[in-house]
Design a protein around this ligand. Structure first.
Ligand SMILES: Nc1ncnc2c1ncn2[C@@H]1O[C@H](COP(=O)(O)OP(=O)(O)OP(=O)(O)O)[C@@H](O)[C@H]1O
Ligand SMILES: [Mg+2]
Length: 232
């Protein structure tokens, strides 16, 4: 059974119809990437899965269980973690406070100590406020905050957006490491080379629908899809 299955999802903001029947599956233990130009509905899909902008039509299943009518906190409790676009770090909370608020300890799961092993830089900044962190540190904290909820699937919405190239590489290595440890990831990423490097499967979105599904090498070979929908 797929870990996450999105079927015929239609999502609106008021009368504005943004997702027009999205279908997508995420297999457990894999990185699945979604790429697409600005404004095509990637974040809206993430918000639909999280229950923040619930779909008006369609089903979303987590390990077979329908979740599309649950409120966001129950979807989170069911095992869906989110690294939101723009990171959403609180300027007036410290690194430790971010982690304590989010932490949901599980036997064998992520502890705050284990997080500091993964991100030694955050350990050095444990009493710093969100407003004092660099972009890269904020990105790592937003990943850390999602991990301490011990999700079964991690949704990441453009974790490398706005970061310097060396920091993008660092975030990429972190995602690769998490994936290597068996974490299931649904990654929205504008950085196509990075998405292609990390993902087992790639979806291309355009104007609220999926226009391509395949392996990274399928997409590299498909010049038409790349040119028409990604402009590369
Ligand atoms: N809160 C909102 N209310 C109304 N329309 C919205 C809202 N959020 C997004 N939209 C519109 O929905 C469409 C899809 O936006 P969305 O943020 O999902 O795109 P995206 O693919 O994530 O873009 P980006 O790459 O810039 O993050 C856009 O036309 C956008 O203007
Ligand atoms: Mg977005």
């Amino acid at each position: 059974m797929s870990l996450l299955r999105v079927e015929d999802v239609h999502t609106y903001y008021g009368e504005s119809h943004v997702l027009h029947g999205v279908n997508l599956t995420v297999e457990g233990g894999q990185v699945t990437a979604i790429v697409g130009r600005n404004g095509v509905g990637k974040t809206t899909l993430i918000r639909s899965i999280m229950g923040m902008t619930p779909p008006r039509r369609g089903t979303i299943r987590l390990e077979g269980r329908e979740i599309q009518r649950l409120p966001p906190h129950e979807i989170a409790r069911a095992g869906v973690g989110l690294v939101p676009q723009g990171r959403r770090i609180f300027p007036s909370l410290t690194v430790m406070e971010h982690l304590r608020v989010a932490s949901r300890a599980q036997p064998e799961g992520w502890t705050i100590d284990a997080i500091f092993e993964l991100f030694p830089q955050l350990k050095n900044r444990v009493n710093h406020y969100g407003s004092q962190l660099s972009g890269g540190e904020q990105s790592m904290l937003s990943i850390a905050r999602a991990l301490v909820t011990n999700p079964r699937i991690l949704l990441m919405d453009e974790p490398t957006e706005g970061l310097a190239p060396l920091v993008v590489e660092e975030v990429g290595r972190t995602v690769a490491r998490l994936a290597g440890s068996g974490l299931t990831v649904l990654l929205v990423e504008q950085n196509l080379p990075l998405a292609l490097k990390l993902a087992h499967k790639v979806y291309v979105m355009s104007k609220g629908v999926i226009v391509f599904e395949g392996t990274p090498s399928d997409l590299i070979e498909n010049h038409e899809v790349r040119q028409q929908h990604l402009g590369v």
